[in-house]
Design a protein around this ligand. Sequence first.
Ligand SMILES: C[S@@+](CC[C@H](N)C(=O)[O-])C[C@H]1O[C@@H](n2cnc3c(N)ncnc32)[C@H](O)[C@@H]1O
Length: 282
Amino acid sequence: MESITRSRLSSIAETKRPGRDLAAHVCLCRLSGLEVCHRASNTRYYTLSWRRSTNHFVQIISCIDNAPSLDISYLERIMRLLVRRTIFSIDHPSDGGEPLYGLTHSSRWLVNNSDDEHTNLNALCLTETHAYLVGSGNFLSQSVKEGGMAFEKAFGKRSVWELASQDNRFNKLFNDGMAFTSRILIREMVFGYKYRFDCLRSLVDVGGGIGGMISEIVKSYPHIKGINFDLPHVITTTPVYEGVSHIAGDMFHQIPNVDAVLLKWVLHDWDDEACVKILKNV
Ligand SMILES: C[S@@+](CC[C@H](N)C(=O)[O-])C[C@H]1O[C@@H](n2cnc3c(N)ncnc32)[C@H](O)[C@@H]1O
């Protein structure tokens, strides 16, 4: 993946914006069960079937579960949509062979970066459209008519964090989605916010997930003692990062006492009353 400049950051934001591109990204990810993305880093072209099998091609069909029973005409229709939405480019060989599909600016963000496989947007796309995140929409009218939270009606739990604590697969997808995206953004922020980090000796990332963000800050500013603070089910899955300690806890009860507190993509999840409670603990 190319190095990231400011203008590319706005393209990232563009890619993340819900809408037609996101829908098509998700289509690609779900279609391939992520395998296309995983296998694609060094590949220039994709084909639908097995006819042109060489190292330079990824056969999309071979990445899909139950491929033998798959109706390729439906796959072609999906690819037509993805080409139209500029998720793939298409090249029709002059020998009349089957079309070759290539990655575009948008789909490259879904592919593992060979330099750093933990910077891409595919886990985020799958998270944002996971049934747990969109499912409560079907219960909005019931919620208005009867009162009560649509989320609770849909899943019998009060928050997505409760669901994550009981579903390891979703927990990993969600945490990866946050961390891989944060890592892309924080590299720019570390650069732009330079002199502010210089004067800190310790910093806690509250609701920091698996620590993707604080680890990048500490990497650039090794004099900072970094703490990644999150719920127990998240902290049990965290990788080891040099200079970062992981602490499990509940921000509504207590937050570690350090020079500065980072809250990124956290307060938007809560109403005003809850935010006041969190900020009182800072
Ligand atoms: C939207 S994610 C943001 C993750 C991370 N800050 C980032 O930007 O990549 C919100 C995070 O808040 C954490 N969280 C939710 N409730 C919490 C609580 N009561 N105490 C600590 N962390 C909590 C979640 O587990 C999750 O990791």
